[in-house]
Design a protein around this ligand. Structure first.
Ligand SMILES: C[S@@+](CC[C@H](N)C(=O)[O-])C[C@H]1O[C@@H](n2cnc3c(N)ncnc32)[C@H](O)[C@@H]1O
Length: 401
């Protein structure tokens, strides 16, 4: 995969002289997980810094600040600016100080007592935040067991995800630009977007590239998810969710997608346990809680028992749950960058062939006892669904899996 922003290779750009990649090598496994110490490869550092280089004039007028700098890779550039780094990991800072002797480094928790003063910056200094702040890798079940140690965080920055707290801290620092890596899910999931608060109200996405988490060899090996290299500019208009829905996200594979390009099953069924709204006697089937496409890769679909995670399925909505059940078996055709989206659908095209979905769902879930319209068999159902999926995904369809 080419990790290059538009134009020439960022590696060849004269302004970027990057240090050789040093894999984090001093922390035991549980500390690495707790601190989110997954360091960034030079190709990705380059990608991020090239967003800055292409979109911000006179970078020398700004102080570059990385508040979770690790070994200092984002500061080790030839940008002729004042450079400031911080980290909660003292050992990492020793390496950073050797790699970037010109940088002023601070050993502290960057989510506590957040202020410009903490970094020796005045209200008049122009600043650009750079880096790859840590985040909670919620897709890793094994790691979730390990993530116990809560970090102290200023009250107004506290959220369920440390990465979102970092974004809110950047807005508190009133950075002029913020040029960082973070999970795309912070922007494209409504619930996360709502947690961004001041950050979303005070900044606007100016340029971006979407990359795969597989580029960070150490994170979530099981399921890859989209990460965004994003440049935000301070802007009183901020961003609302409609802005994000219409934003053309470009991936490193040169694919472009907007959330608004698709329709989602969430408009046609219940995603979450609904036992308060639907009586057991009305249910013709039970389904596992629905989240995003990546969660569906791992989760069950139709289930037999009622638990706290069960969604009760009524006759009117049954076809849409069959849709999800069959969609799951085609999920390998869906690229990583749509992994945090809700399950997509072309409702009109689906309704035309819903019996094909019912047929295939019944094969896996005979207990549903579904009636199927005449003329459908395994062969033509599979062909109809396969062609539906290709049309649904167009250029995003992954072949050969
Ligand atoms: C994903 S690594 C990024 C390191 C480096 N910027 C890079 O990209 O190679 C996240 C870094 O955040 C640091 N960190 C985690 N929590 C922190 C906190 N509350 N304050 C400051 N640094 C923190 C970790 O020690 C780790 O070095």
């Amino acid at each position: 995969m080419a990790l290059e922003a538009e134009g020439s290779s960022p590696f060849t750009h004269p302004i970027l002289s990057l240090v050789a990649f040093m894999e984090q090598n001093h922390l035991p496994c549980h500390d690495r997980i707790n601190l989110g110490s997954y360091y960034t490869k030079p190709a990705i550092v380059s990608l991020v810094l090239s967003l800055l280089h292409k979109n911000v004039g006179d970078i020398a007028a700004y102080a570059l600040v990385d508040t979770s700098c690790g070994y200092g890779s984002f500061l080790a550039t030839d940008f002729p600016c004042r450079k400031i780094g911080a980290d909660i990991d003292k050992e990492a800072l020793k390496v950073a100080s050797a790699q970037v002797p010109a940088a002023t480094l601070f050993y502290h928790n960057s989510l506590r007592h957040v202020s410009r003063r903490q970094y020796g910056l005045s209200a008049h200094d122009k600043i650009i935040i750079i880096g790859n702040p840590p985040y909670n890798d919620a897709t890793s079940l094994v790691r979730r067991q390990l993530k116990r140690k809560a970090m102290e965080v200023d009250c107004e920055l506290k959220t369920r995800d440390i990465g979102i707290s970092f974004l809110r801290a950047f807005s508190k620092l009133q950075a002029d630009y913020i040029c960082i890596l973070h999970p795309l899910s912070y922007l494209i999931k409504r619930a996360n977007f709502a947690l961004l608060k001041d950050f979303a109200q005070g900044y606007r996405l100016l340029a971006a590239r979407v990359i795969s988490s597989a580029e960070f060899a150490e994170t979530s090996k099981a399921t890859t998810f989209p990460i965004i290299a994003a440049l935000y500019q301070r802007n009183a208009a901020g961003m609302d969710f409609a802005f994000i829905e219409g934003y053309p996200f470009i991936t490193t594979e040169e694919k472009t997608f907007r959330l608004s390009d698709f329709d989602y099953v969430t408009g046609y069924l219940h995603k979450y346990p609904n036992q308060r709204h639907i009586r057991q006697s009305e249910a013709v089937a039970k389904f596992w809680t629905l989240r995003d496409i990546n969660a569906l890769r791992r989760s069950r679909t139709f289930v037999q028992k009622t638990t706290a995670s069960t969604v009760l399925v009524t006759t009117q909505m049954l076809d849409y749950y069959c849709y999800v059940d069959v969609f799951k078996r085609h999920i390998t055709h869906i690229p990583y960058y749509l992994g945090n989206c809700d399950i997509i659908i072309d409702n009109y095209a689906f309704l035309e062939i819903k019996d094909a979905f019912r047929f295939l769902s019944l094969q896996h879930n005979p207990q549903l006892g579904l009636e199927i319209g005449s003329g459908w068999d395994g062969d033509n159902s599979r062909k109809a669904v396969s062609s539906y999926m290709k049309n649904l995904l167009h250029e995003h369809y992954i072949n050969g899996v």
